[in-house]
Design a protein around this ligand. Structure first.
Ligand code: FMN
Length: 435
């Protein structure tokens, strides 16, 4: 029997495709109907989780103006990921639901309470995507004068997660007794202060939410720099990874597993999920024509450049489209920048922006469902695990796209015996650890 792979979906709570004649949504996208329907489709296909991405700004990184972001609905409008997670949780029964929440925008107590509540609401299917925010503008929006440098953000994240984890453990598992004879709801001897005093954060505790169904929600992380990987290896149950091709995926996973082992963790407890953006067609030619049409538009190129500007705080409008990029570094998403630049490839900015199906995709997956399923299976065999996080090429989320995956690709993966056909368990962590 081949080893099974995990499947997740990386999604924004933002408008789906609205311009194509077959993919139109109207303003109802904001009431979550679209996203809930999509979550149900993913649950039907037995995905491990839906991960809801988030950022905290209307970006003006591209061309020093918010025009590109607003015109192309690039990361904006975007509604609160944790609110959507609650709605999705109540509309599903097995699918894991992961929401992004930045350590910059909450005190640890408030965040711990929020994620504990969501773990209860979902009966143990909630996960927190731990981000530090990597954009100057996000920092300004939450009242900081400047974005702390990466090293410090991750130092803050280490401490933030430590206090959150302690707060989540401040109620013993058997603290809620609901003893009708003595009229005792909670045994107060089983609820403990935390009294955390760190360099960046303080919290007295205990939390005012009982121990959650998973003990603590699943932790997800997405950081590509060495410091980000270290944080992920010490902290995360699952990781959003971007890497260049199979060699990059092998290197990434081996690096994470090595760091986890060195930190005293079992590497098998961390599921590394590689981001991919498949494009499917009835034939290979049909899929390639679809891909070509998606990426070769001025709107797509501007969107790609707007997106990479947003996450790196580098204004990509300054670089001529038909020239090669100079070397660049960022205090924002270094991993995304490296992946976008493909240093040494000699590609022009235009070529980078239209590469395959988007810069975030670890592998070019364009073809029939059977071809793409075979490529994914081969990649997992070479890399050793653990799964894929699917997402759409920028601006192309639609019912049609999701149906291609859930009714084309997933059945093809099932034919190969490499994905689950029913959920093994009721909680997200158990399903992640099932194989
Ligand atoms: C694939 C991917 C997805 C990410 N998703 C988010 C997100 O939803 N919200 C956010 O604020 N940051 C997000 N980040 C940023 C990371 O959490 C991290 O802050 C950033 O990558 C900087 O760290 P690094 O240089 O270690 O990569 C994402 C990063 C990557 C690579």
């Amino acid at each position: 029997m081949p080893k099974k792979m995990h499947l997740g979906w990386f999604m924004n709570y933002a408008p789906p495709q609205w311009l194509n004649p077959f993919d139109r949504v109207n303003s109802s996208w904001a009431n979550a109907d679209f996203h809930i329907e999509m979550a149900k489709m993913l649950e039907g296909a037995c995905f491990d989780y839906l991960m809801i991405e988030d950022t905290l700004m209307v970006s003006d990184a591209f061309g020093k103006s918010s025009e590109a972001a607003l015109k192309h609905a690039l990361q904006v409008p975007k509604l609160d990921a944790t609110v959507l997670a609650g709605a999705v949780a109540k509309a599903t029964t097995k699918l894991g639901v992961i929401a992004t929440a930045s350590i910059l925008s909450y005190p640890p107590f408030t965040l711990a309470r929020m994620i504990a509540s969501l773990d209860h609401l979902s009966d143990g299917r909630f996960g927190w995507n731990i981000v530090t925010s990597g954009e100057e503008q996000a920092a300004h929006n939450v009242g900081l004068d400047t974005l702390p440098p990466r090293q410090q953000r991750y130092d803050m994240a280490d401490e933030f997660v430590e206090v959150v984890t302690k707060l989540l453990a401040s109620w013993d598992e058997d603290a809620v007794v609901m003893d009708r004879e003595t009229g005792t709801f909670v045994d107060h001897t089983k609820v403990h202060e935390v009294n955390f005093v760190g360099k960046f954060y303080k919290s007295r505790g205990p939390l005012n939410v009982p121990r959650t169904p998973q003990g603590r929600p699943v932790y997800l992380q997405a950081g590509g720099s060495p410091r980000g990987r270290q944080f992920a290896a010490e902290t995360a149950d699952s990781i959003v990874a971007i890497a260049e091709g199979i060699d990059g995926m092998i290197e990434y996973r081996a690096d994470i597993r090595g760091r986890a082992q060195a930190a005293g963790r079992n590497p098998d407890d961390i599921k590394v999920m590689f981001l991919v953006t498949p494009v499917l067609g009835d034939t290979a030619e049909d899929a390639e024509a679809k891909r070509y049409k998606m990426v070769n538009t001025d709107a797509f190129i501007t969107s790609q450049l707007g997106m990479i500007s947003t996450v790196t705080d580098i204004d990509f409008s300054q670089f001529p489209l038909d020239e090669v990029l100079p070397p660049l570094t960022t205090n924002g998403e270094q991993g995304s920048l490296n992946k976008f630049m493909q240093a040494g490839s000699g590609k022009t900015v235009r070529e980078l922006a239209t590469t395959a199906t988007g810069f975030a995709s670890c592998l070019p997956l364009v073809g029939t469902p059977a071809d793409v399923a075979a490529k994914m299976t081969d990649a997992m065999e070479a890399v050793g695990g653990d799964g894929f996080l699917l997402t759409t090429p920028l601006q192309h989320l639609s019912r049609r796209y999701v149906t291609d995956i859930t009714e084309g690709l997933v059945p093809a993966l099932r034919d190969l015996g490499v994905v689950r056909e029913s959920y093994e368990y009721d909680t997200l962590r158990e399903n992640l650890l099932a194989f």
